[in-house]
Design a protein. Structure first.
Ligand code: S3P
Length: 439
């Protein structure tokens, strides 16, 4: 098995466009990863619908197939996972290559730490730069034996006979850290608890419950007892609010436009982008609320109006953590200044998103200043330029939408990784937003 090594893709986006109509963006990435992982650990069959057929989730799928889990593809977005049970994973014959996917590496490391066989987790250049000490340290306290290079992948995980439960106080609000420890905690003796400064996305806790596991949760805390069995279930995956965010942005920055986004997951740990765009003046309605397997879902209707600059406080960051590339573009299109603080985690995502966004905005003629934990952006006139996405899917999609308000073409380099989270983004953007995007 090897990392997808997509051919290089650059985009040119012509200025202008008019968002209108109805869009169903692909399935939620976080929930899709977890549907494979928990389905694999369960007893019996798990049927997944609305699965995200993107490179990151396929990395997770291939990793579990390499450990003997039988996964049937019923359609592009439909899967049947034949659970192996908590003790049923088999030693992979090669390192597990997790491509660009931080979620795969951090969550799978928690599971591998508890197995009776050794494993090695690798990833692409971006993933190999990302901090793994935040999972290695707590897993080591649980008794795991993990070797890394300067706290980074590749991770070599040695078998141990038993993990012990811990109480972990995380210095960052990170669902990847929390989920890693909870998954390891399934194999530990006793009660494993994770505390974090803000509540990060809670898909693991919700989905564990759907598989019959008792999980205790409160603000900033989640805990479970080891030894609980998972029972196969049905997982309908909502549309990903992090992908919908680019279309919320598109309509929000073009006054007079309107889009309807269908079946979007609105788990309260993920809806920060809706609050922030509303605070800037966008009109966003949540229509037809319902639930998909324990996850709240609705249709989002967004209408464009003139936006104003705002202050985004540290307490608003966790629930919008993946949406800051889109929010930075909204800030560039708003009247006045937007300040973001408490967002230093953006520096260790698929790229340093503070540096990549501020650099790109400055090239487009926007006054933007990077700070250690955020940015100060003055709304203004967006010109044309060549932008480096640094191989980061969300940087590429955010600057593509900036084309709607640009006065000249924007060329965006290194966009192939858009397929990690949003296969078909270009086609959808051309159809629903009228974006003049060519690759
Ligand atoms: C994710 C958690 C977030 C997010 C990432 C997906 C998850 O990372 O940025 O895209 O699925 O658990 P952190 O938990 O490290 O902030």
């Amino acid at each position: 098995m090897s990392s997808p090594n997509p051919a290089r893709v650059d985009w040119t986006v012509a200025p202008g466009g008019k968002p209108s109509g109805v869009v169903r963006v692909p399935g939620d990435k976080s929930i899709s990863h977890r549907s494979i992982m928990l389905g694999a650990l369960a007893e019996g069959v798990t049927e997944v619908s609305g699965f995200l057929d993107g490179a990151d989730c396929l990395s997770t799928m291939h990793a579990f197939e390499a450990m003997g889990v039988h996964i049937e593809r019923l359609s592009e977005t439909g899967l049947r996972v034949h659970g192996a049970g908590l003790q049923g994973l088999r030693p992979p014959s090669q390192p597990l290559d997790l491509g660009n996917s931080g979620t795969s590496m951090r969550l799978i490391s928690g599971l591998m730490a508890a197995q009776a066989f050794p494993s090695t987790l690798t990833g692409d250049a971006s993933l190999s730069r990302r901090p793994m000490q935040r999972v290695i340290e707590p897993l080591s306290r649980m008794g795991a034996r993990i070797e890394a290079i300067d706290g980074r992948a590749p991770l070599r995980i040695h078998p141990v006979s038993r993990l012990r439960a811990i109480d972990h106080v995380s210095s960052v609000a990170s669902a990847q850290v929390k989920s890693c420890i909870l998954l390891a905690g399934l194999y530990a003796q006793g009660r494993t608890e994770v505390r974090e400064p803000e509540t990060s996305r809670d898909h693991t806790e919700r989905m564990l419950r759907a598989f019959g596991v008792n999980v205790e949760t409160g603000p900033g805390v989640a805990a479970l007892n080891g030894g609980q069995r998972l029972i196969g279930t049905r997982i309908p995956v909502p549309a990903d609010i992090s992908s919908a965010a680019f279309f919320l942005l598109a309509a929000a920055i073009v006054p007079g436009s309107e889009l309807l986004l269908q079946d979007v997951g609105i788990n309260p740990t993920r809806t920060g982008v809706v609050d922030i765009l509303r605070q800037m003046g966008a009109v966003i309605e949540m229509l037809n609320p319902r639930t998909f397997g324990g996850e709240p879902v609705c249709d989002l209707r967004v209408r464009g109006q003139a936006l104003r600059g705002i202050r985004i406080e540290p307490g608003q960051v966790a629930s919008a953590i993946d949406e800051f590339p889109a929010i930075f573009i909204a800030a560039a299109c708003a009247q006045g200044e937007t300040r973001v603080t408490g967002a230093e985690e953006l520096r260790v995502k698929e790229s340093d998103r503070i540096a990549a966004m501020v650099d790109g905005l400055c090239r487009l003629g926007i006054e933007a200043l990077a700070t250690p934990d955020g940015a100060i952006i003055q709304g203004g006139r967006i010109g044309g330029a060549e932008i480096d996405s640094h191989g980061d899917h969300r940087i590429a999609m955010a600057f593509a939408m900036a084309g709607l308000r640009a006065t000249a073409p924007i060329r965006i380099l290194d966009c192939a990784n858009v397929g990690t989270s949003f296969p078909g983004f270009g086609r959808t953007a051309v159809r629903a937003v009228g974006l003049g995007l060519e690759s």
